[in-house]
Design a binder for this molecule. Structure first.
Ligand SMILES: [Zn+2]
Length: 55
């Protein structure tokens, strides 16, 4: 539990790897927003592969 670093809402938070802000703790809503806006750093899930498109 804690406070979202983006909207300040209290509740459960998730760790997000923001492109500009770095590693921040945000609520699920903000996490989804970041994900949809492609604001996450690109190293989630697809790192280590030679091709980012064909996985
Ligand atoms: Zn939030």
């Amino acid at each position: 539990m804690g406070i979202c670093e983006l909207c300040g809402k209290e509740g459960s938070r998730m760790e997000a790897d923001h492109k500009e802000l770095g590693r921040i703790m945000v609520c699920q809503e903000c996490w989804s927003t970041l994900y949809e806006k492609n604001s996450m750093a690109a190293d989630i899930g697809s790192s280590g592969s030679s091709c980012a498109f064909c996985k």
